[in-house]
Design a protein around this ligand. Structure first.
Ligand code: SAH
Length: 382
């Protein structure tokens, strides 16, 4: 069992230098004007950056202007350390290094009908969930808005390069998004704002996953963003949830579900409940029945995740028949239920397995991209 403390405030480590994507459109124009350039240049620069184009492709900007703006507003943020593929190339995990050496990971997953990137919002995590590799590693620092968005821009460009299109973004990588609230909301705006101000992805295809920070859920409901909320419940009773999701000691099941349902009422978005099935820990029939009673009649669906065992943990996924019975009972209670696939398992890229320290040490050098020196942004050569 975890004895780690809950950490809400990230250590005051330096964030990367200011980047175009940290700013809203008005602030971008002001920043460009301060550099002595015409404000519309901000839109040109934005259109290129969100489309994943490097400086050499920004041909509508005169070379001296381009140089000045790129130097001032597009500092290198995340350098690609390596890509690791699995599932016959349908899943790719990327390890990134920040300006200060911080390591984070993102995972791109291709399906026949969609393509989803799972992004990190913090380096590490302070929420201390004992079954999660990131939670066990502790919190290093928050990511900036631009660092979060860059993971999405890179995935979108990767998909475009192979004739596809990135359709979904899930905040299910490293970190607790709602503990890095302002920067995550900034990232949500950049991801969903139309060009030239952002990537223009549909709000409905963006999912923010949280352990359940109630005041932040209430605040998110008022942002008029309409992204989907996923709540990591993992137990329907406080006694067990206090240990599986330690933040439950602050905001118990009843309170967090009330906040999540209120979010659904405000946004119209169906609530997603995440529940990692852990053998003999939270997979008993009575817990399925209790969960069914809590959710019956609500606009919610349950996403069961077979536990991905993490190094050093004695916990394992529930056996198939137990999983099937859990699903059957929830459905019998009228609750929509699905079982998540387990993409990325053999590259430690599946849910809860992201842990950059371990990733850096143990990922085999297949398809490895050597770290560039000096470090460059994953997008902007030089
Ligand atoms: N901090 C956010 C996002 C984290 S990861 C949150 O907790 O919601 C996204 C999901 O993966 C969460 O539901 C998390 O509880 C789950 N998860 C973590 N470790 C896991 C593991 N080892 N196996 C299966 N799911 C896991």
């Amino acid at each position: 069992m975890s004895a780690l403390p809950l950490v809400f405030e990230a250590p005051r480590r330096a964030l990367p230098p200011r980047h175009l994507a940290d700013l809203d459109p008005a602030a971008r124009r002001a920043a460009v004007a301060e550099l002595g350039e015409r404000p519309f240049r901000a839109d040109q620069l934005s259109r290129h950056w969100f489309a994943g184009r490097g400086p050499e492709a920004m041909t509508d900007l005169p070379a001296p202007v381009r140089e000045r703006l790129v130097a001032a507003l597009l500092p290198p943020l995340l350098a690609r350390v390596r890509d690791v593929d699995c599932d016959d190339g349908a899943t790719r995990k990327t390890l990134w290094r920040g300006h200060d050496g911080t390591l984070v990971e993102s995972v791109l997953m291709r399906y026949p009908d969609r393509s989803t990137v799972c992004v990190s919002s913090q380096a590490g995590c302070g929420m201390a969930c004992p079954f999660c590799a990131t939670g066990q590693a502790g919190l290093t620092r928050n990511l900036s808005t631009a660092e979060i968005v860059e993971q999405v821009v890179d995935a979108a460009r990767t998909e475009a390069d192979r004739g596809g299109r990135l359709s979904n973004v899930v905040f299910m990588g490293m970190g607790e998004p709602l503990a890095n609230y302002g920067r995550v909301v900034g990232a949500l705006r950049r991801i969903t704002d139309a060009a030239p101000h952002g990537l223009g992805l549909s709000r409905r295809s963006v999912v923010v996953s949280t352990v359940g920070l109630v005041p932040a859920i209430e605040r998110l409901a008022r942002e008029n963003l309409q992204v989907t909320l996923a709540l990591s419940l993992h137990a329907p009773d406080d006694e067990l949830r206090d240990t599986l999701v330690p933040v439950n000691t602050r905001w118990p099941v009843r309170e967090v579900l009330a906040a999540a349902h209120a979010y659904t009422r405000t946004t119209g978005r169906r609530l997603s409940i995440e529940y990692a099935l852990i053998r003999d820990v939270n997979d008993q029939p009575w817990r399925a029945d209790l969960l069914g009673r809590l959710l019956a009649g609500k606009l919610a669906h349950v996403n069961l995740i077979p536990l991905n065992p993490t190094p050093g943990s004695e916990w394992d996924a529930s056996p198939e028949p137990v999983q099937r019975e859990f699903v059957r009972r929830l459905r019998a209670a009228g609750v929509a239920t699905t079982v998540r696939d387990t993409r990325g398992r053999e590259i430690a890229g599946a849910c809860g397995q992201l842990s950059a320290a371990q990733g850096a040490a143990s990922v085999p050098p297949v398809a490895a991209v050597p770290p560039a020196a000096p470090p460059t942004s994953g997008l902007l050569p030089g």
